[in-house]
Design a protein around this ligand. Structure first.
Ligand SMILES: Cc1cc2nc3c(=O)[nH]c(=O)nc-3n(C[C@H](O)[C@H](O)[C@H](O)COP(=O)(O)OP(=O)(O)OC[C@H]3O[C@@H](n4cnc5c(N)ncnc54)[C@H](O)[C@@H]3O)c2cc1C
Length: 360
């Protein structure tokens, strides 16, 4: 894969990472964003897409998903379609090429590699990694969470424009929380040609830990026979070649085998700091220490914003993350081009900003 050279790399497409792209764009910087999740929005979309947020200035109320849609629309002039957004991949390494100390900071010398082989070379990195990379919780069965996991084991729903791999087959959804129950509804709401021929919901007991309205809808689908509720604790898996073909289940009164064509595990997401701990950053209780005037880390050209950072008085709030992204962009511009004048421009009146925003 060819190396991509860019002004900035933003690690994390959560709300703060998206606003970071916008602030950098206003300064004339091009940024590439990487997120391990299949869609942008970080916690707002992964943890509370439909819950209301009441403390965004000027926005009396919006849901996590609505906020993300607005942030994406705001950053759109600088995202150049999806080409600058690298989803479904984790940033695995960050290395500063210090072989030539005489190189000015305006020279791109930070190498960033992702788990899908994307290699970015940049002048500045903005870590907006929240509580870490969100990875799906796996079923605790040997082999099912390994890198060479079966090809018919899934942890995310495909986007609506893609044909679901389980069309016309037996899909088992594992889980009893909001994610699993919402997936049942989403799968049944997909166009007829994309739906499985049989849909089973596998949970360890006949009790869900989900929103009451969601549970009511799924219970009624179970009563109508559109969803088959299977109770049991998965103990083992049978594989044929690259495919998982069955799960063995343990019940109070014995064991059984559940044959399947596809397994969608929806047990929620858990954040992992993962590779970030190996990059030489100063960490304090799993957060990156920053200078609160610039949000610079101890690594030259590397900044940290949003929930991932810590400094005296830190509050893990969206508003604070947006403020940090704004100051970090300006601080990076100053650090990398110290001789260039730094004028504060208003989006209301500046023709230069209007041009960058694509308005003129
Ligand atoms: C239930 C709930 C309700 C909340 N309500 C409010 C509220 O009302 N008001 C408010 O101000 N705040 C609220 N918050 C807090 C707010 O959501 C967070 O402050 C905000 O999401 C932080 O944004 P972020 O972009 O810093 O991090 P995140 O939203 O966590 O996004 C970080 C992203 O980085 C990705 N990532 C991390 N590491 C890597 C890596 N190595 N490679 C690739 N991707 C990576 C993650 O997958 C994630 O998508 C709430 C939080 C929760 C959980």
């Amino acid at each position: 894969m060819p190396m991509i050279q860019t002004d900035a790399v933003v690690i994390g497409a959560g709300p703060v990472g998206l606003f970071q792209v916008f602030q950098l764009g206003l300064l004339g910087w091009q940024a590439h964003v990487v997120d391990v999740l299949p869609e942008a929005g970080g916690q707002c979309v992964a943890l509370y897409p439909d819950k209301p947020i009441y403390d965004i200035p000027g926005v009396p109320v919006c849901t996590g998903r609505q906020l993300t849609e607005q942030l994406l629309a705001q950053a759109a002039p600088f995202l150049h379609g999806p080409s600058n957004l690298h989803l479904n991949q984790q940033v695995e390494s960050l290395r500063i090429d210090d072989s030539d100390d005489a190189q000015p900071q305006s020279q791109a010398r930070i190498h960033v590699h992702t788990s899908r082989g994307v290699h970015l070379l940049t002048k500045a990195v903005f870590i907006a990694a929240g509580a870490g990379a969100f990875v799906p919780r796996a079923l605790p069965i040997p082999g099912l969470d390994a890198a060479d996991a079966p090809v018919n084991l899934h942890h995310h729903l495909p986007p609506p424009e893609q044909i679901a791999p389980w069309a016309g087959q037996h899909l088992v959804i594992a889980g009893g929380g909001d994610e699993a129950l919402q997936s049942v509804l989403d799968v049944l709401a997909s166009p007829q040609a994309q739906r499985p021929a049989r849909l089973s919901l596998l949970h360890r007991r006949d009790q869900f830990q989900a929103d009451a309205a969601l549970e009511q809808q799924v219970r009624s689908l179970i009563e109508q026979g559109q969803v088959h509720l299977v109770l049991g604790v998965p103990q083992g898996a049978t594989q044929q070649g690259p495919d998982l073909t069955a799960l063995s289940l343990l019940h109070a009164d014995g064991t059984s085998t559940l044959c399947l064509d596809h397994l969608l595990v929806r047990l929620g997401l858990s954040p992992r700091l993962g590779p970030l701990t190996d990059w030489g950053l100063h960490l304090e209780r799993k957060q990156v220490s920053v200078n609160p005037a610039t949000f610079a880390t101890n690594l030259p050209g590397v900044f940290a914003v949003g929930d991932i950072n810590t400094y005296p008085g830190k509050k893990r709030l969206l508003l604070c993350g947006f403020h940090e992204a704004t100051l970090a962009a300006h601080a990076a511009a100053h650090a990398i081009h110290p001789d260039a004048p730094q004028h504060l421009l208003y989006t209301t009146t500046s023709p230069l900003l209007h041009e960058r925003l694509g308005l003129i």
